[in-house]
Design a protein around this ligand. Sequence first.
Ligand code: PLP
Length: 382
Amino acid sequence: MDKKGINRDEIFEKLSKFQEKDLTHSSGRILGSMCTCPHEVGREAYSMFLESNLGDPGLFKGTKELEDESIRILGSILGKEDVCGYIITGGTEANIMAMRAARNCASISNPEIIVPKSAHFSFKKAADILCLELKEAELDENYRVDLQSVEDLISDKTVAIVGVAGTTELGKIDPIPELSKLCVEHEIYLHVDAAFGGFMIPFLKESSYDLPEFDFSLDGVCSLTIDPHKMGMAPIPTGGILFREEKYLDVMSIETPYLTEKKQSTIVGTRAGASAAATWALLKYMGMDGYISLAERCMEVTKLLADGIKKIGMELITEPELNLVAFRSDEMSVDEMASKLEKKGWAVSISSYPRAIRIIVMPHIKKEHIIEFIADLRQIII
Ligand code: PLP
């Protein structure tokens, strides 16, 4: 470290130089990320609560109220208002918490979890941290989890089954009603990872979209991940974990001798109150109508993209269920296409199963970006 500090102006000049190297969502060029430009209301709320620590909620009673109310509102759009939970760092932390609750509830040796092959890699982290054996269920022809495969993997060591509502790579929705039935029959904990779909499916269902049930309205669902920093447009890091009952928090609680709360069930100790403030502000500011029109707009742009891809003779991996399009071409490998697109300034990502170009139509992607993208794509394959 330098002995003397540098002055403020110089610091910010240097920071700007670093920032210039970053891509920005507002350019419309980031096509392969589940993050987006945080909404200005969320940004302002976040910066108002920078010093607030939800790990010591007795000192920040107002922020705690914001967190509790955010959880209630999220519960109300997800089939159960009286859920319990926290605003946390994101989908990974939420999924680890859910697996921890399931493991501790079952309290058996050599516990196993069953996740779809399409599940986010955070479950691999959860399995590693929590010493769980991870069993991967096969997918059906539509890239949703295959129920028979899940059933075949159930053993007396199974402590949780996971269903995904909006898969990371293809945006598919697993058959959660059927998984719920299976879990009720076998008395197994069911966790739904709706990190991506949680801010889309309820709003599209309110609109004219015919999508399956996936939330606490199904008896078997014990917990659910929903990420405000994805389609909720909150600043990073802002995740959400909801549990059907308090008992799931109790099995994870650890005594906190010197803080204003006596027990803690979260993984993280010092927690950003700013994330709760931003979530509350956005839920209140957007309301049902705001999130419905956001979801509808993303789906319209998704359709434009999917139609454009088909028109230039490329193959969609699957019809988009949510705002995610994956495609490939017979003419060129996926890697070559991605690298040519990158040279034209497009940051796409590549799905692993199956390998394809993967585009998530987040709120920062507008129709004009898609029109430009399709024109570049056409040039690349000619
Ligand atoms: N779950 C799903 C379905 C996701 O798509 C992601 C990230 O894309 C996660 C969990 C992990 O979320 P985070 O990156 O916020 O930890």
